[in-house]
Design a binder for this molecule. Sequence first.
Ligand SMILES: *Cc1c(COP(=O)(O)O)cnc(C)c1O
Length: 347
Amino acid sequence: MSSAVLRNEASALPVTLDDIRAARTRLAGHIERTPLAPSPSLSARLEVPVWLKLESRQRTGSFKLRGATNAVLGLDAAARARGVTAASTGNHGRALAHAAAAEGIRCVVCMSRLVPPNKLEAVKAEGAEARIVGRSQDEAQLEVNRLVAEEGLTAVPPFDHPAVIAGQGTMGLEIIEDLPDLATVLLPVSGGGLAAGTAAAIRALKPDVRIIGISMERGAAMAASLAAGHPVDVEELPTLADSLGGGIGLGNRYTFQMLRALLDDLILLSEAEIAAGIAHAYHQEREVVEGAGAVGIAALLAGKIGSQGPVVALLSGRNIDMALHHRLAGGERVDIAALSPAAQELR
Ligand SMILES: *Cc1c(COP(=O)(O)O)cnc(C)c1O
């Protein structure tokens, strides 16, 4: 990726700084403005100032509330009366359920029969209807399509949607406000909504910031797609960064194009590196984060990020099984292959 090309393309992105500013105004009072906290331990280790954007403390436990809420608040009265739906039992499903309940809107979260009971309960606890269909994420998605076609619900996808991307982008505005002189920002990447929105805001306001995406080695669909030059599928594998699993959609419309224009680099991490990030977050930063939320810290610990500071690592979520967290924090080597393969269905 040559940066001359990157900067030119950035002016024609489908989600603009104005869209993200509008999302910020709309979201005020509906989400937490999360803190940017210095990390003395990582700053000492890297010999540059390192800051952590504590989005793990967002309501519902992840940043996904920003995009989901922005999409819900943008619906007209008729769409509100009919409700929203998604095929996600992970952080997006939880966030959409919360956003809809806060507005008194019906929300149907479709999920396969393989969903673990705790994920099912988390969605119900946020006030959504859970609809159990089929044995895969694809079959759950067919039910979403049916609800849209036959009952007029609005589907709110987890990443490839302008209102969702703009909502996630509000993190970029907050980071720049809190640390105007940042040099490098580290963003977890799965479907790319987080990185597309946040990078669009940062690139527009501070064009020289290095924007680095981070995924896991096991099943990084966006990395494979960027390398191929078009969206591709990859085999899904169990990973500690379960919220980063899943494809980007072969018909991807927004995030692939945006990340191609906005990312300076996309680096991949091993499971051992991610585990070390979770343990460090807990012992040194006193933060519980899930695997996807720990990848920025993990990349710094692994020496995979050059020393241009100040550096901001975005901690994207904290919804990890606490028994697993306990083992990882204790330094146990966890057998990744033994993690539920169904976890891959659950973004
Ligand atoms: C969804 C998610 C991500 C990845 O976000 P994308 O917009 O899909 O790239 C990262 N971290 C957590 C905790 C998530 O829930």
